[in-house]
Design a protein around this ligand. Sequence first.
Ligand code: ITT
Length: 182
Amino acid sequence: MKVTFVTSNEGKYREAKYIGERYGIEVEWLRKEYLEPQGNDLKEIAKKSAEILAEKIKKPFFIEDSGLFIPALRGFPGPYSSFVFKTIGNEGILKLMDGIEDRRAYFLAVIAFFDGKNVLTFEGRVDGKIATEIRGDKGFGFDPIFEYDGKTFAEMGDKKNEVSHRRRALEALFSYLNKLKI
Ligand code: ITT
């Protein structure tokens, strides 16, 4: 089975393709930047974005909205992760966390899948913490500062794809798609 992933982020696409192979699903990349409605809720943003895109893309596809949430910063950058990464980046987050003891953080991913008629959502979360320095050169985005089990995602390589928020959300989508096939 083939399914189209609409995203402008190559890192996201590469991971989805890799994970899809484990589920016998071919992920096709539609490289496209789309306007995301503003909001505080990833699920709402993902759902609305997919509904808007569905007016143009007539075939089934999915998008994924993800973000890094830091409780000590009251959930920042959360739904603004993309903008925050492009502006202050990993160095900026480390500066904001300077002197803060509670370094807990989590990534959330919400997938919105348009099946040709309706939009369905699937979610994944992974808990970790903000490292004290940038470590590792694999992955993308906040990977070099997100620590899971003693290693940053950027130090884990493909192992990240076994535990990540994206893996969990995609697992839910791909299991759903595989069940439909029967
Ligand atoms: P699309 O909307 O086109 O898919 P984007 O990069 O703008 O691409 P988001 O709006 O979902 O994606 O923003 C999520 C940001 O959070 C993204 O830019 C990354 O910097 C970060 N992020 C999400 N998942 C991540 C991961 O697995 N590892 C590191 N950073 C991640």
